[in-house]
Design a protein around this ligand. Structure first.
Ligand code: F6P
Length: 531
């Protein structure tokens, strides 16, 4: 099967609409649905056919997807540019792995000591608040999980500091007392400027309080660079390991999850791991057309490389998942935002689309206008809990209704005739109809996939996040890119340091900077001098 066949199939399918595919096949919804233990996906409202699925299956057989999956799970050094494994799945296969079991046990023990006040602050008071200082993979995962799973009965309050702008840490510390605040410095490299700057800020805050010289009792570090954490002043028995075979954006499942354990409780974290592990087994065992990560990857590649979509919206109709789009931006865009193949040669097609989104129904009152009447093809994942859980059942029913309506209207749109017909029903006169109806036409034929689940608990969250991790991996196999490195972030950091030195007046740092940067540095220097 040549890629050209996929192009031919896309040319053929572009002659039809999603609605027409439903008209031709009353069983379409069932045929283009699949499920895992707690997740169901309905991808029938995409312009896709069984021919396309089998064409992709042949393509992935040629690319030997099956052995790529085995290599991922076996811990082979598939992160070829850093010569590392990407073995985050090992973190959730707990009983099978003494190192993981032991490390998690020490995490749980520390968690118990903090929650039971065996471990307290320098003043002997129990910790009531934990502040995770980290950025990227050392922030987005734990921040999302804590937001979804926090539980006052099981844990303490958790706060997250990632931004270099001290407005964030000042705003947070203003709510807290030094005596009862524990800081987690989460940094795989223990070299990230934002994290070290904020950690030093926290150190000064503690030192200038009654905690004084006892501030080291208020710090835990999670890092693969033990010595740097010791140099920073963290007690050695409060340094938890990270390993180079776990990528930052795949690290929620590791000790990086400590803040989640502390605010949601151990059981919730164990359920998170269990849900992800079940998705790992599904990914390894489910046949191609029933394999949720593979199907989502096929939809991404199909629309991105053959149907002209350049962005993907993730819209959870679930307030608790409002931080999911930000988490997925790093997972998907830092993984597959690449333009060279594993061998360094240029990629053969577009790679990852722009990932964006917010919680529904807020988007309906902001950007859905563009989804319905804009000129962009945007693929959409709607995430939908079917049970209200502790929330108001009436409001939840309306939330579900709105989600299903948005997915339907993206598909059906509204023709000129429909618009005119509705306007007549609404009593408009013919003159207004002829003027206004064209503005009410909606193109439709926009793809959307509904990922539904009973209710959002730790297990389901684990499945959802592992689903997107594996989708990302399958896409990387098709594009033949390494999804586990992120070389593109390094230069900006280095120039950031150079500009910082230039602002401090180091002449050598001014060399080879462009006129615009030099002018901005001058303006900044003048502004600060005037103060
Ligand atoms: O700059 C990007 C990045 O390296 C991410 O990949 C990573 O998740 C984040 O920075 C934080 O890195 P660290 O955990 O080493 O502080």
């Amino acid at each position: 099967m040549k890629p050209t066949d996929l192009s031919r199939l896309s040319d053929e399918l572009k002659q039809q609409t999603i609605s027409e595919l439903f008209d031709k096949d009353s069983m379409r919804a069932e045929a283009f649905s699949a499920r895992s233990q707690s997740l169901s996906i309905d991808y029938s409202k995409n312009l896709i056919s069984n021919n396309v699925l089998s064409a992709f299956q042949q393509q992935f057989d040629t690319l030997d997807l099956h052995s790529w999956i085995q290599r991922l799970f076996s811990g082979e050094l598939i992160n070829n540019t850093e010569q590392r494994a990407a073995h985050h799945t090992r973190l959730r296969d707990v009983p099978a792995d003494p190192l993981i079991e032991q490390t998690l046990a020490s995490c749980y023990q520390l968690c118990d000591d903090i929650l039971s006040a065996n471990k307290t602050g320098a003043s002997g008071q129990r910790f009531t608040d934990v502040v995770n200082i980290g950025i990227g993979g050392s922030d987005l995962g734990p921040r999302l999980a804590a937001d979804v799973l926090k539980n006052k009965q099981a844990g303490i309050n958790a706060y997250f500091i990632s931004n270099l702008d001290s407005a964030e840490i000042n705003k947070t510390l203003a709510k807290l007392s030094p005596e009862t605040t524990l800081f987690i410095v989460a940094s795989k490299s223990f070299a990230t400027e934002e994290t070290l700057t904020n950690a030093r800020h926290a150190q000064r805050w503690l030192a200038s309080s009654s905690v004084g010289t006892g501030s080291d009792q208020h710090f835990i570090a999670i890092t693969s660079n033990h010595n740097k954490a010791v140099d920073f002043g963290v007690a050695t028995d409060c340094i938890l390991p990270m390993w180079d075979w776990v990528g930052g954006r795949y690290s929620l499942w590791s000790c990086i999850g400590l803040s989640t354990m502390l605010c949601a409780g151990k059981q919730a974290f164990q359920q998170l791991l269990a849900g992800a592990h079940v998705m790992d087994q599904h990914f390894q065992q489910a046949p191609f057309t029933e394999n949720l990560p593979t199907i989502l990857a096929v939809l991404e590649i199909w629309y991105g490389n053959f149907m002209g979509a350049r962005s993907h919206a993730v819209i959870p109709y679930c307030y608790a998942l409002r931080k999911l789009p930000s988490y997925l931006q790093q997972l998907c865009m830092e993984s597959n935002g690449k333009s060279v193949r594993r061998d360094g040669s240029p990629v053969l097609s577009d790679t990852n689309p722009i990932v964006w989104g917010t919680a529904g129904t807020d988007g309906q009152h902001s950007y859905h206008q563009l989804l319905h009447q804009g000129t962009q093809t945007v693929t959409v994942d709607f995430l939908l809990p079917l049970s209200a859980g502790d929330n108001c059942p009436i409001a939840h029913q309306k939330l579900v209704a709105n989600c299903l309506a948005q997915s339907r209207v993206l598909m059906t749109g509204q023709s000129l005739a429909d618009a005119e017909y509705r306007m007549r029903l609404d009593g408009y006169n013919e003159k207004d109809i002829s003027t206004l109806a064209p503005h009410k036409v909606m193109h439709g034929n926009m793809p959307s996939t509904i990922i539904s689940f009973d209710q959002l608990d730790a297990f389901t969250l684990g499945e959802i996040l592992a689903l997107y991790e594996h989708k990302t991996f399958v896409c990387s196999v098709f594009w033949d890119i390494n999804p586990f490195d992120q070389w593109g972030v390094e230069l900006g950091k280095r120039i950031g340091q150079q500009v910082d030195e230039a602002i401090q007046g180091k002449p050598e740092a001014l060399a080879d900077l462009d006129g615009s940067t030099l002018a901005m540095i001058k303006r900044y220097q003048q502004k600060n001098q005037r103060r």
